[in-house]
Design a protein around this ligand. Structure first.
Ligand SMILES: *Cc1c(COP(=O)(O)O)cnc(C)c1O
Length: 244
């Protein structure tokens, strides 16, 4: 990528590796949006920082990224605390995107801003009861097993709408939408076919009056197909931070 297309700070320093990768992913998103006539502002980028240390996340923050996704609760909470202690919490959003055991709901409710991995009512009820009163509502998505994989997390498509309705009724939680992680398929056409099922379900939720605005799908390998299918949030790890 030519240097001239990148933001260089007024002091003339060379952009960091994190800034270069962030610019490249934003460029991919912009092209994907352009290809299907969507506004770039209609797709949010969640940087998935699992397994990467806080100083690497800090570089990405310095490059301008403000929303981060973590899979492992303890690891995520440590990074959240690191940023808070550095006085950098303002404007940041931390999303829990990994499986949550019942005995971890209190720590999730106390530290994260979002939970995208709600796959059963019990977890949502505990998060609702345990969200500290001084914090804003926890923003949540219901994770749906959209392609029906036997061993995967996520509520089945058949049970998804009932779970979304029940979650929406809980205090201290704001239902934002649907998250899915389909198994990898090779062609963009196949990717779109799977993502389109999630989009149809998301639209069904809107049609029954659920106030959802977030369709979280698409990762490093399939974000173009996700954008084409209507994703409003893509969760990108490898393309931003490198291989794990
Ligand atoms: C790891 C992970 C991602 C990011 O995947 P990449 O392929 O590294 O972009 C996105 N969503 C979830 C739920 C993940 O666990």
């Amino acid at each position: 990528m030519p240097m001239s297309s990148l933001d260089v700070s007024s002091s003339g320093t060379v952009p960091s590796a994190s800034a270069l990768k962030l610019a490249a992913v934003r460029e991919r998103l912009a092209r994907a949006c352009e290809a299907c006539g969507r506004a770039v502002s209609s797709v949010h980028l969640l940087a998935v920082s699992k397994t990467f240390p806080a100083d690497v996340v800090r570089d990405m923050y310095d490059a301008g990224q403000l929303a981060f996704g973590e899979n492992y609760i303890q690891e995520g909470v440590e990074k959240i605390e690191t940023f808070k202690n550095a006085g950098l919490a303002a404007g940041l959003a931390w999303h829990c995107i990994g499986p949550i055991q019942s005995n971890k709901t209190a720590i999730v409710a106390a530290h994260f801003d979002w939970v995208q991995s709600i796959d059963r009512l019990k977890i949502a009820q505990r998060l609702s009861a345990q969200r500290p009163a001084h914090l804003p509502d926890l923003q949540v998505c219901v994770q749906v097993n959209i392609d029906g994989g036997q061993t995967k997390s996520g509520v089945s498509v058949a049970d998804a709408t009932a779970l979304a309705v029940a979650v929406n009724a809980l205090p201290r939680l704001t239902l934002r939408g649907l998250m899915c992680i389909p198994d990898p398929v090779t062609s963009q056409a196949e990717q779109v076919a799977v993502f389109s099922r999630a989009t149809a379900l998301f639209k069904e939720w809107q049609a029954v009056g659920l106030p959802v605005d977030t369709l979280s799908m698409g990762m490093s390998a399939d974000l173009e197909a996700a954008v084409q299918s209507g994703a409003t949030m893509v969760r990108v790890g490898t393309a931003l931070f490198g291989g794990r």
